[in-house]
Design a protein around this ligand. Structure first.
Ligand code: KIV
Ligand code: NA
Length: 273
C-alpha cells in the first residue's frame, strides 16, 4: 500500500461533494500508529498529547520538541495514512517566518506530510506563506483549545450570530489561503454544515456534524481511557477497564507467587549424555 498524499486527500472533495469521507484519528506512538494506520486516511499527532499522555492541564505548555519526538514515532509506525503534526502554541502565531522556521523543522525531523495550526483569518497569510513554500497546512477553527485562556473554557462555539459568522469567515479565509483541509471543532451543527458547503477543501469534524467531509476523534477518548470526555466522543471500547483488570490479575498472581509460572521460567538445559 502506497502512502496517501495530501493532494489525494484534498481531491476527495470535488465540486463540493465528498463521496468517501476522510477518516482521521490521533496517534502519539509508533505502536498506536501501526494499529490505526490501515483504517485511517490521516493520522494526527495532536497537541492533545499534552493532556492525554503528559498529564498537562491544557495543550498550551506543549513544545515543538515534544511534537517532533512523537511525530517521528508515528511516521515510523505507519506506511499508509498521511501523517499530520500539530504546531504547538507559541511556535507559529508571531509571523509567517516564525511559522516556516518551526514547521520546516517538523517536516524535516519527522517525515510527516503536513502540519496543522489553530486559528482563522489571522492565520490565513501564514497558511498561504507555508503552502507556497512547500508545507501543506490543515486549518482548525471553532473551538481552538490553544486559545483556552481567551475563550475561557472548552464550550461549544458559534451559539451567537456574530460568533457563527466569525467562524464561517475563518474557515473561508483558510480555504482561500490554500489549506488542504480544515478541522471544525466544537460548534453547533448548522455552522459546521454552512462551512462544509462554503469551502472547497474537505472539512473534518469533531463535535461538529456528520455532514462534514470527514471526522476525527482523539483515539484515547474513543477507547474509553478517560472517565470524563466531551459529549461529542463516542466510546467504541472500554480499554481502561481492560488495562486495570489485567493489572489487578497480575498483582494478585505476584502476591500469591503464582506468576511467573513454569511456562515463563527458564531452566538449565539437561546435561548432554
Ligand atoms: O490535538 C488534537 O488532538 C486535535 C484534534 C482533536 C483535532 O487537534
Ligand atoms: Na490539537
Amino acid at each position: 500500500m502506497k502512502r496517501l498524499t495530501v493532494p489525494a486527500i484534498r481531491q476527495r472533495k470535488k465540486d463540493g461533494v465528498t463521496a468517501e469521507p476522510v477518516v482521521m484519528l490521533t496517534a502519539y506512538t509508533a505502536r498506536q500508529a501501526q494499529l490505526l494506520d490501515a483504517h485511517c486516511d490521516l493520522l494526527l499527532v495532536g497537541d492533545s498529547l499534552g493532556q492525554v499522555i503528559y498529564g498537562l492541564p491544557s495543550s498550551v505548555p506543549v513544545t515543538l520538541d515534544m511534537m517532533i519526538a512523537h511525530g517521528a514515532a508515528v511516521v515510523r509506525g505507519s506506511y499508509h495514512a498521511a501523517v499530520v503534526v500539530d504546531m504547538p502554541f507559541g511556535t507559529y502565531e508571531q509571523s509567517p517566518e516564525q511559522a516556516f522556521a518551526s514547521a520546516s523543522r517538523v517536516l524535516k525531523e519527522t517525515g510527516c506530510a503536513a502540519i496543522k495550526l489553530e486559528g482563522g483569518e489571522a492565520m490565513a497569510p501564514t497558511v498561504a506563506f507555508l503552502t507556497q513554500r512547500g508545507i501543506p497546512v490543515m486549518g482548525h477553527v471553532g473551538l481552538t483549545p490553544q486559545a483556552v485562556n481567551v475563550l475561557g473554557g472548552y464550550n461549544a462555539r458559534g451559539r451567537s450570530e456574530a460568533e457563527a459568522a466569525k467562524i464561517v469567515g475563518d474557515a473561508k479565509a483558510l480555504d482561500k489561503a490554500g489549506a488542504f483541509a480544515v478541522v471544525i471543532e466544537g460548534v453547533v451543527e448548522p455552522i459546521a454544515i454552512a462551512i462544509t458547503q462554503a469551502v472547497a477543501c474537505p472539512t473534518i469534524g469533531i463535535g461538529a456534524s456528520a455532514q462534514c467531509d470527514g471526522q476525527v476523534l482523539v483515539t484515547e477518548d474513543m477507547l474509553g481511557m478517560f472517565e470524563r470526555v466531551p459529549r461529542f466522543v463516542k466510546i467504541y471500547e472500554n480499554i481502561a477497564e481492560v488495562i486495570s483488570g489485567a493489572a489487578a490479575k497480575y498483582a494478585e498472581e505476584v502476591r500469591a507467587r503464582s506468576f511467573p509460572g513454569e511456562e515463563q521460567t527458564y531452566q538449565p538445559r539437561a546435561p548432554k549424555a
